[in-house]
Design a protein. Structure first.
Length: 279
């Protein structure tokens, strides 16, 4: 059986995902929502001054006016709306000021391998890396990607996977996307698979390899301490279980070292055996 070397192609999924996220209209002016705490002041009428939390149905209850729908309004729109309602019944030239004390409806969640996972207020326009910074940054156990979950107005959920190497090492600024209220940022933990190297190597045994990083036969032998003096490099075997059967492939590692054949990418639970030289 022959193992073909792995070839990696650049996936369009990240690019298309960024476009889907970016094409949604941005709301640069904050719109109040449930659980926001707001202070309302009416000039020269102190008895109408009140601090109130917006209810789950998006409404607030005020003196004189009773229940008023607030959700979805900017603070300036809400000021205008309340002034108009007061002028209809009670005041002339009502001057209303609205101040947002707590932005509870503009929260995002960061879970997984960050220093301080939790819920954070999203004040202003903040990017992925800015929000990760609020959470204390990535842990060493973080995998090589970040997954952003977002629900759109049509009720559909979409996710975007961003490779940290592209974002932080290659510096692709387009991947540092702006986040929105309700986004969930998931930083998965690094996952590992096992490779076993036995026989004539200096440190035989199990190797744990990151799933997002390919390991080749030469790398596995190097991580096992390299060949011993008695290694038979031309007769290394790789045992791989396929469809319930153990399949063995014999590899001449000397040809790999000489550049005559490509190195082989190993898979989970592959067993590498380096036999002893017959000389």
């Amino acid at each position: 059986m022959n193992f073909k070397p792995a070839f990696f192609t650049v996936s369009l999924m990240v690019v298309l995902g960024c476009l889907v996220f970016a094409q949604q209209p941005e709301e640069y002016s904050y719109r109040v929502g449930p659980q926001d705490l707001i202070t309302i002041s009416v000039f020269d009428v102190p008895e109408l001054n009140i601090t109130v939390r917006i209810e789950e149905d998006g409404s607030i209850t005020l003196p004189l006016l009773g229940r008023v729908q607030a959700e979805g309004s900017t603070r300036f729109q809400l000021e205008k709306k309340l002034a108009e309602e007061l002028e209809k019944k009670y005041l002339k030239n009502a001057q209303v000021t609205v101040f947002i004390k707590e932005y509870q409806s503009k929260m995002i969640s960061i879970i997984g391998e960050v220093v301080k996972p939790g819920n954070f207020e999203l004040l202003g326009k903040q990017s992925l890396l800015q929000v990760v910074s609020l959470a204390g940054g990535f842990k060493e156990t973080a995998a090589g990607e970040v997954i952003i979950l977002r629900q759109f107005k049509d009720g559909k959920n979409r996710h975007l996977s961003i490779k940290l190497e592209d974002l932080m090492i290659k510096g692709d600024a387009d991947l540092n996307i702006p986040l929105r209220p309700g986004d969930i940022v998931n930083v998965p933990a690094e996952q590992f698979f096992d490779i076993y190297v036995f026989g004539q190597v200096k440190n035989p045994g199990r190797l744990q390899v990151k799933k997002d990083g390919a390991i080749t036969l030469l790398k596995a032998i190097a991580q096992a301490g390299g060949f011993s003096d008695r290694a038979r490099k031309g007769a290394v075997t790789i045992t791989r279980r396929i469809d319930g059967k153990d399949m063995k492939t014999r590899v001449n590692v000397k040809k790999i070292l000489d550049g005559k054949i490509p190195d082989i990418v190993l898979q989970n639970n592959d067993i590498v055996h380096v036999p002893e030289s017959i000389l």
